[in-house]
Design a protein around this ligand. Structure first.
Ligand code: NAD
Length: 481
């Protein structure tokens, strides 16, 4: 079993009070690592190391030098690819095939992409009669990065790369549920040559290390990805010290299927949208709205697709496509929602059970991919974020009704539209209240595009220049001619 300390000032360091916590593998419920449990004193030490680094030689680095560092970190991730993929799978329960295909390549891509973005960044110039304005970008300063458990390395690197690229120093607080790859990333960042204190890592719980980081008076900005209720606490804590804040929060996303869609591709795409990473992606389409004339045929095909392709299995087996949920506690939440679906009058078309797996996976947090039909589209099951492998299917009659149902939730993160009618695709995509819409696809990502949600799904955008802008302050200089 690994012992994983914090990383403060470029060095592994235990908690000031010696406290630790245990991280377990969800697919077996066996202990995986003992981690230092951060509190205010550890966050203080990390912020102080980040401040020292900011005022040291790091403050004089050029964008080119920082881009070179990001590329070296990407090289370091590639060099430890197998170890990282296995660690991510062990810590989250996700199939190692998914970690190898998505999580780790995306962590590499995040560093490579932002290396290029920083190298090619430009700022504005506004000539006026008698004067010239030009904009320069300054680092924000010390940024706190707080991340969730579903895509641990993928989402942390999505923040670390632009934060370092723009010249900030970082204090990261990964999810206490899946902290392992963040610890490995700290080693990689320092092996790549980062100056001491540029990247600091404090492990621990949200109410302790996370809260202390958000409340810290010397932290200049917080980039947070996590649940909506937590986001509200983070926003309230950060507000009194006017920290720059980015909030990427929860979702309950609709997949809107019209009768004229490409049937087979849509069934496969909607199933993937609902159940990728065991339904534990903020962008997952867990409310499937189907035009009434297609509804019964679609449900039948969806159930067949799910049963054929998403049998839960050992995440370490390269053939497994559907792993365990992230923890027994999270599975209990998911099971509670399936009970609620039953009590709300839903029919379990497939799933709705714990699978029987041989030891040691009989102790794991596995749950079948579950499709529920017959629920009211405004039922709790169909409108609250479950963040697990449970999708509900609802019939609609008109395009207007589909849009109205899609928009009746408090969230507005993402959605997808499946149709061959070009004009309708644009109309529906435009009318859905969410930050991101895919048409005839799902989770196709270009790292330049704005990423983020509306309504209770968050504030601000990440991606491309949006990340560069968040992690910097624009400053105008006006020169009289
Ligand atoms: P969570 O909100 O419970 O925790 C997220 C992080 O916040 C963790 O590191 C946690 O320790 C920390 N935290 C908790 N309380 C805190 C506090 N008071 N102050 C500071 N930090 C605190 O979320 P989770 O269960 O880890 O992740 C699941 C949620 O994340 C879902 O709602 C999902 O939709 C959302 N999510 C959103 C996106 C997005 O890009 N919008 C991406 C992934 C996940």
């Amino acid at each position: 079993m690994k012992t994983m300390p914090h990383f403060i000032g470029g060095e592994p360091r235990p908690s000031a009070d010696g406290a630790t916590f245990e991280d377990r593998a969800p697919a077996t419920d066996l202990p995986l690592a003992t981690l230092s449990r951060g509190a205010e004193a550890d966050v203080d030490a990390a912020v102080s190391a980040a401040r020292d680094a900011l005022t040291g030689p790091w403050g004089d680095t050029t964008p080119e030098q920082r881009a070179d560092l990001l590329d070296a970190i990407a090289d370091g991730i590639e060099a430890r690819f197998d170890e990282l993929a296995q660690a991510e799978s062990d810590d989250t329960g996700k199939p190692v095939s998914l970690a190898r295909a998505v999580d780790i390549p995306r962590a590499v891509a995040n560093f490579r992409f932002f290396a290029g973005a920083v190298r090619h960044d430009e700022t504005g110039c506004h000539p006026m009669p008698g004067a010239l304005n030009y904009t320069v970008r300054k680092p924000l300063g010390i940024v706190g990065l707080i991340t969730p458990w579903n895509l641990p390395l993928y989402l942390l690197t999505w923040k670390v790369a632009p934060a370092l690229g723009m010249g900030n120093t970082v204090v990261a607080k990964p999810s206490e549920v899946t902290p392992v790859t963040a610890g490995l990333l700290a080693e990689i960042i320092y092996d790549a040559g980062a100056p001491a204190g540029v990247f600091n890592l404090v492990h621990g719980f949200g109410a302790e290390a996370g809260q202390a980081l958000v409340a810290h008076p010397d932290v200049d900005g917080i980039s947070f990805t996590g649940g909506t209720a937590t986001g509200a606490v983070v926003a309230a804590t950060a507000a009194s010290s006017f920290k720059k804040l980015s909030l990427e929060l929860g979702g309950k996303n609709a997949s809107v299927v019209f009768a004229d869609c490409d049937f087979d591709a849509t069934v496969a795409g909607v199933a993937r949208a609902a159940f990728a990473n065991q339904g534990q992606i903020c962008l997952c389409g867990s409310r499937i709205l189907v035009e009434r004339s297609l509804h019964d045929r679609f449900v039948e095909a969806l159930v067949a697709e799910v049963e054929a392709t998403r049998a839960p299995g050992d995440p370490s087996d390269p053939a497994t496509a559907f792993g365990s949920l992230v923890s027994p506690a999270h599975r209990a939440k998911v099971e509670g929602y399936v009970e609620l679906a039953r009590s709300e009058g839903g029919t379990i078309a497939t799933g709705g059970r714990r699978p029987m797996l041989p030891a040691p996976h009989d102790a794991g947090a596995f749950y079948e991919a579950t499709v529920v039909t017959g629920l009211a589209h405004d039922s709790r099951t169909a409108t609250e974020e479950i963040f697990g492998p449970v999708a509900t299917v609802h019939a609609f009659d008109t395009e207007e009704e589909a849009v109205a149902i899609a928009n009746e939730v408090r969230y507005g993160l993402a959605g997808s539209v499946w149709t061959n009618d070009l004009r309708r695709a644009h109309r529906v995509a435009g009318a859905m209240e969410s930050g991101m819409i895919w048409v005839n696809t799902w989770l196709k990502r270009d790292l330049r595009v704005p990423f983020g949600g509306v309504k209770d799904s968050g504030v601000g955008r990440e991606g491309g220049r949006h990340s560069l802008e968040f992690f910097s302050e624009s400053k105008n200089i006006c020169v009289a001619l």
